[in-house]
Design a protein around this ligand. Structure first.
Ligand code: EPS
Length: 410
């Protein structure tokens, strides 16, 4: 079926005349399966909610229609984050039960925004003021920014509780990626000084091993050493940091871009990871270590593959060159600083009296790196899904899958 329509367009002014409107005739071909793909809303999410408020809310816009979203996918991501070792008693109080309020019908996305609510069990509105800022927390910077001597409102939003809502968004993104055979995997590689030695594993093996580890590592046999390190820190009134790694497989070449600064996928991944509370550093592939090596020992040689295409003999670039995926496995790592709320607190100042004081001791986690590894996985999944939406468009999952096949992706 063809349809003739008149469109009025604005013509930019040539240097000597004024601009004007002009009508042109265009023919629109309407078919059942349009040969073009559109992407009306790029993938985005927002969260609302405070640590001890009534609930956390996530709204995800821009998912294509008809993506299977089993509730178990969201439940699994939330429960992995909640159960990750090193947390405070708060984690046994919360159950992170959630409700999908919109955008999913009979287990499939409809294309409309997906809203998810996670109710807080510990929803005390009666928490007292916080006049002494904790070094390393958002307290002092937030007090100065908002012109207050009470950091409670700042701390309530800056709290890592909000990352539960990010995990819900990431779980939806992972559902979309899975339909395109892309899979994201986060795991802890170090807690304090306890480092996990590297291990070559298939995704299935890694998933199985991680499910056996309380600390989200692929070395469950080392859980004892990690637990000891965390318990020792807690007994000293101290906290620990760590490093997590996120890998992604099945990525087609060309996610992200090199034409604009904002298109670069490595920059976007770094921003998403740095936005996780307590993350102080991000590296891609060989990362900081590459800076000390000559180019000949850094760059991944391009060789002919058995299938007649090209392959890489190594993957020191971590799957990204020029801000785009190159078809290899994505490897990113993030450094998580120790939790700022200490049992044996550091020096600070009472902002009401301006007298020296010790930082307050509040219930808090001892080590957030295991939970952060789940949040990191969610964050990377979301950025990859966003980049895939940009590259493949589509109002429906099928259109997106077809566009990916046409692009020569796997
Ligand atoms: C947090 C402090 C702890 C954590 C909380 C983040 O909460 P509370 O002060 O109530 O003991 O448990 O994290 C979560 C509740 C969560 O779900 O991750 C902080 O100050 O950042």
């Amino acid at each position: 079926m063809s349809l003739a329509v008149t469109v009025t367009i604005y013509e930019p002014a040539p240097p000597t005349t004024s601009g004007g409107l002009r009508s042109v005739m265009v023919t629109v071909t309407a078919r059942h399966n349009p040969p073009f793909v559109t992407c009306t809303d790029m993938l985005n999410y927002r969260t609302a909610g405070e640590s001890h408020g009534k609930a956390l809310v996530t709204i995800v816009e821009g998912l294509p229609a008809r993506v299977p979203v089993p509730e178990s996918a969201v439940a699994d991501m939330l429960s992995r984050r909640r159960r990750a070792g090193g947390r405070s008693r708060r984690m046994s109080m919360e159950d992170d039960s959630f409700e999908i309020l919109s955008g999913v019908r009979r287990g499939l996305t409809t294309g409309s925004p997906v809203a998810i609510i996670i109710r807080n069990r510990d929803n005390r509105s009666s928490l007292g003021p916080l006049h002494v800022p904790r070094p390393g927390h958002a307290d002092l910077a937030g007090m100065l920014k908002y012109g207050t001597d009470d950091a409670r409102d700042v701390a309530e939003r800056a709290s890592a509780r909000e990352t539960a809502a990010r995990c819900a968004a990431g779980a939806l993104a992972a559902c979309l990626l899975a339909e395109m055979d892309m899979h994201v995997f986060g795991h802890v590689v170090a807690i304090g000084r306890v480092r996990q030695s590297r291990r070559r594993l298939t995704l299935e093996q890694a998933l199985r091993l991680r499910s056996l580890s309380r600390f989200c590592t692929v070395r469950p046999e080392a859980d004892g050493a990690v637990a000891k390190a965390i318990a020792r820190a807690a007994a000293r009134g101290d906290t620990l940091g760590g490093v997590f790694e996120v890998k992604a497989v099945g990525l087609p070449p060309g996610l992200g871009g090199c034409m604009t600064a904002s298109g670069r996928l490595d920059a976007r991944l770094a921003a998403a990871l740095m936005a996780i509370p307590s993350v102080k550093g991000v590296e891609v592939g060989g990362g900081f270590a590459l800076a000390a090596l000559p180019g000949s020992r850094v760059h991944d040689e391009i060789v002919l593959s058995d299938e007649g295409g090209v392959a890489r003999s190594t993957n020191r670039s971590g799957g990204i060159e020029g801000g785009m995926t190159n078809g290899e496995m994505l490897v990113v790592r993030a450094a998580v600083k120790p939790v700022p709320t200490l049992g044996k607190p550091l020096r600070s100042v009472d902002m009401r009296t301006m007298k020296p004081s010790r930082a307050p001791v509040e219930r808090a986690d001892v080590c957030a790196a295991p939970a952060a590894s789940v949040v990191g996985e969610a964050a990377v999944a979301f950025e990859l899904a966003r980049a895939a939406r940009e590259r493949f468009g589509g109002d429906t999952l099928k259109q997106m899958q077809a566009a990916m096949r046409r692009s020569g992706g796997p």
